[in-house]
Design a protein around this ligand. Structure first.
Ligand SMILES: Cc1cc2nc3c(=O)[nH]c(=O)nc-3n(C[C@H](O)[C@H](O)[C@H](O)COP(=O)(O)O)c2cc1C
Length: 326
């Protein structure tokens, strides 16, 4: 376990379009405190695994960190295609997405949409269980449109013997709105024969300690938007220059990754500020949003980073809506 002062394993949640290899490597190199990083889901489109998904999990782009790739599929043949590709890259741990609430995905009975179709989950798990050399974990919601659909899915875990089940205690239909359903989470925790990971709304080390205190039997916590907002969450004495270095690594990484001209790079960096350092003053944020060239962006970002202590004081209540991909 990492020496992150919370005395429970901490897993970095996958956020499509945000926690890609550039973000993960920068967080790991500058701040750390995370035991394992979960990659945003990969999927099959037009009969092939998206190339950018494969690139994101390539071992050379994730050197030195513990990375668990995630697959999203309801068709067993698509899932097996991804598992085989990941095995060839050397992965022996793979996460299965039963949680994505994004309607175009969930309405196609993928992600959290599968929670309403235990027959499809069973078919998928049976196919995955036949792959000898891979350990699985599952990331899921309480259900798609009912908060107790997990009751039909949980017994199916016996098919794949998951290392853990990470639960975001909402339905898929709720997306990221509404109260976290602690009652159903507790019921699931009591009913599960498999280790359970808590995921949802954790914004600080104190909140992680509270959750561990409230649910002593959880195996780990998974932290998403709180860590994106403050990547130095586990470094109590993180300095402004650490945030600057983190930001510079993002700029360098996306310059190389996007390789698609200045405008695209600036737009992506602006998007990052939708969730990074949420307390950034309005004027500073506006200057970032208004920049049209990399030079303008860098001037605006430098001013915002100079104010990092203020920017860290406000953390978001809810994550932004999930995007299907960058
Ligand atoms: C923009 C965005 C993208 C996400 N992408 C994924 C994903 O690829 N796979 C997944 O399992 N969950 C995804 N999630 C859900 C998060 O992993 C996490 O479960 C959710 O944000 C709740 O945790 P948090 O409150 O700590 O952020 C995404 C969430 C957001 C906001």
């Amino acid at each position: 376990m990492n020496d992150n002062n919370v005395k429970i394993p901490v897993l970095a949640a996958p956020l499509q379009g945000v926690t890609d290899n550039v973000w993960r490597m920068a967080q790991h190199d500058v701040f750390g405190g995370v035991d394992a990083y979960y990659a945003p889901f990969m999927r099959v489109e037009h009969g092939e695994i998206r190339r950018k998904d494969l690139r994101d999990v390539s071992p050379e782009r994730n050197a030195g960190l513990t990375l668990i790739p995630q697959i999203l599929a309801c068709q067993p043949d698509h899932a097996l295609m991804m598992v085989e590709a990941l095995e060839q890259m050397g992965y022996r741990r793979i996460d299965i997405n039963l949680g994505c609430p994004f309607p175009p995905i969930a309405l196609h009975r993928k992600g959290s949409g599968m929670m309403a179709h235990p027959d499809l989950v069973e078919e998928l798990f049976k196919a995955l269980a036949a792959v000898g050399d891979v350990d699985y974990s599952v990331k899921m919601r309480l259900g798609w449109d009912k908060n107790d659909q997990w009751r039909d899915v949980l017994p199916l875990m016996d098919l794949i013997h998951p290392c853990h089940i990470a639960v975001h205690p909402r339905t898929g239909k709720q997306q990221y709105k509404g109260e976290l359903d602690t009652e159903q989470f507790e019921a699931l925790l009591a009913a599960s024969a498999w280790p359970v990971v808590y995921n949802g709304g954790l914004r600080s080390v104190e909140e992680i300690k509270e959750v561990k205190h409230r649910y002593p039997s959880i195996a780990a916590v998974m932290v998403g938007s709180g860590l994106v907002a403050n990547p130095g969450m586990f470094v109590p004495d993180a300095r402004p220059e650490d945030y600057r270095r983190f930001h510079d690594l993002l700029v360098d990484g996306y310059t190389e990754l996007l390789n698609g001209g200045e405008a695209q790079l600036v737009r992506h960096l602006q998007d990052i500020w939708q969730t990074f350092l949420p307390g950034t003053g309005r004027k500073l944020f506006k200057a970032i949003r208004k920049s049209r060239t990399l030079e303008q962006y860098e001037t605006a970002a430098a001013a915002a980073l100079a104010d990092v202590e203020n920017a860290l004081t406000a953390l978001p209540d809810e994550p932004a809506e999930e995007q299907p991909a960058l």
